[in-house]
Design a protein around this ligand. Structure first.
Ligand SMILES: [Zn+2]
Length: 534
């Protein structure tokens, strides 16, 4: 796909806005590099090759020894509110990311219809993002508001299924009727007409947890009609990973829709071997014509609200906050939780508190539930009831449930793009993936483990997600394409963010261009906001 090669070469162009000279160019598609110059004019790549004598740039950048790649596309994020909540946060630009796919896992910033602004607010607060009041209703109103505020990088957004479902039927714990599905389809169509690029599902969260295959298929059909993507946070990422993937594939096949499996993983030690069957199913579906890809982040810990550690029947109760705060019910709840975790052989050292609302809980941030139990003498189940009740479930956690080896195997697959899954990026204790994901791929997998070739790693971050999400003018270095570019030192680029120091700066990123303008110069954010909603 190259719609833009037809743009005539500007042979008589004597001066570009920027001329990047002598770079090792990876075009985003080819696994091999070429050596040459790239000229930027306005917001487009105007020249790729050896700049002839007499041609210059108003500003010239000597790229000797550096790699020039298309700006990276973060295929899976929750940055929807970042321009409003953290307006001075360049964490993605400083990784070389120029476009983020937002609105994932069933929860997007828009639309906010049917008076469920409060639900949206508390849903995001449980993940550590304090969004304040929501001042828009439709997707279009959201777009206008954040573009006006200014964006460091570009976004493309998906409409969260949870937003659509809540608007039509609140948190009703049941399947949707045919009429309700039709209403959701209408809302999805409207959001997509205003620029949303598809739909995202969060099938472990409220209210996505209540949707059946028919509802999901019908909504995917609507997205496919408008060439949109259906992104799945699947129903299960552990012992029921295989049926969950089967469901997503079936829906993709029925609806003829492009399917994106979000944060592909096998969670829980006993389930690590399931990844082989998962790969086999995805690869067979691809051979069979299903347009399915996946994204993954290069870390063994996931991040979510602490509440998801609870048994489903407790987590999904509408009165759960009251239940956790009611002293009369405490004993019964405690016994139920103990029995549940004993049967699961729960490992409490795999759950670490990320952040919790209220000063009282701050000292537990960065500690696992096992460590907390040892220091307080309280059982983990008692602590869970206290912290969830006190914070009204507004507590987030890291879950150390994946294997280094499986993460590496997933990232090696040719159909897997890179998605940070970042959220609460500007909070006190974000997941380090919010700061380190993209440089880490180079430091850890290209240079360290040597499981990825440089060109292949770049392809996963550029042309592959651009094709899946229908970004026709991004993800490749070609004349006529948007000038989203990153210039980096391939021998140096790496992450330094950790769970205890999650915002530590990366190494190796030199220049980042967003829509033809320098957003990062010599490794520093210019504090300019050149991003757009695409
Ligand atoms: Zn998710």
């Amino acid at each position: 796909m190259n719609l833009f090669s037809a743009v005539p070469a500007s042979a008589d162009q004597k001066e570009y806005d920027f001329l990047i000279r002598g770079a090792v160019i990876f075009d985003g598609e080819s696994l091999r590099s070429t050596h040459g110059d790239v000229g930027i004019l306005g917001d487009k790549i105007a020249f790729v090759g050896d700049a002839p004598e007499g041609v210059s740039g108003r500003e010239e950048i000597n790229a000797q020894g550096l790699v020039l790649a298309p700006g990276f596309i973060d295929a899976h994020t929750h940055s929807d509110f970042n321009p409003l909540v953290y307006p001075k946060l360049p964490n993605k630009l400083l990784q070389g990311v120029t476009t983020e796919v937002t609105g994932n896992c069933g929860m997007s910033a828009a639309p906010v219809l049917g008076g469920h602004g409060k639900q949206i607010r508390s849903g995001w607060a449980r993940e550590g993002v304090e969004i304040g009041s929501v001042k828009w209703r439709t997707y279009g109103e959201y777009v206008r508001r954040i573009e006006k505020k200014g964006m460091p990088g570009n976004f493309i957004g998906l409409a969260g299924h949870g937003n659509l479902r809540s608007a039509v039927m609140g948190n009703a714990p049941r399947a949707a009727s045919a009429g309700e599905i039709a209403q959701m389809k209408k809302l999805l169509g409207e959001a997509m007409d205003e620029g949303a690029r598809g739909i995202s599902y969060g099938l472990v969260y409220l209210p996505g947890i209540f949707a059946n295959e028919e509802e999901l298929t019908e909504l995917c059909r609507e997205a496919a009609k408008r060439f949109g993507v259906c992104a799945f946070h699947m129903r299960n990422e552990g012992s029921n990973l295989i049926p969950a993937i089967r469901e997503a594939i079936n829906i993709g096949r029925q609806a003829q829709a492009r399917i994106q499996l979000s944060h592909l993983k096998a969670a829980g030690r006993n389930n690590w071997p399931l990844i082989d069957e998962a790969f086999k199913m995805i690869e067979e579906a691809r051979l069979d014509g299903v347009k399915i890809t996946a994204d993954a982040y290069p870390y063994v810990a996931s991040y979510a609200e602490l509440g998801v550690v609870l048994p489903d029947d407790i987590y999904s109760r509408e009165d759960r906050i009251d239940l956790f705060r009611n002293p009369l019910q405490r004993q019964a709840l405690l016994e139920k939780l103990r029995a549940h975790y004993e049967a699961k052989a729960m490992k409490w050292d795999s759950v670490m508190i990320a952040s919790a609302k209220g000063r009282r809980w701050r000292k537990y941030e960065g500690k696992t539930l096992l460590e907390i139990a040892r220091t307080t003498g309280q059982q983990p189940e008692e602590f869970l009831i206290d912290i969830l009740g006190s914070t009204k479930f507004e507590t987030s956690a890291f879950y150390f449930s994946q294997s280094e080896s499986v993460v590496s195997q997933v990232l090696e697959k040719t159909y897997v793009t890179v998605g940070s899954d970042s959220i609460a990026d500007g909070s006190r204790k974000p997941h380090p993936r919010a700061y380190g994901t993209f440089p880490r791929i180079f430091g850890e997998y290209v240079r360290g483990r040597k499981t990825l070739e440089l060109g292949d790693a770049i392809r996963k971050m550029t042309s592959l997600p651009a094709d899946q999400f229908g970004l026709e003018d991004r993800g490749r270095i070609r004349q006529g394409m948007a000038a989203d570019l990153v210039l980096f030192d391939a021998g140096e680029i790496t992450d330094r963010a950790t769970y205890s120091d999650p915002s530590a700066s990366n190494l190796g990123i030199r220049w980042v261009f967003v829509n033809g303008r320098p957003a990062v110069e010599k490794g520093k954010w210019t504090e300019k906001k050149y991003g757009r909603i695409l």
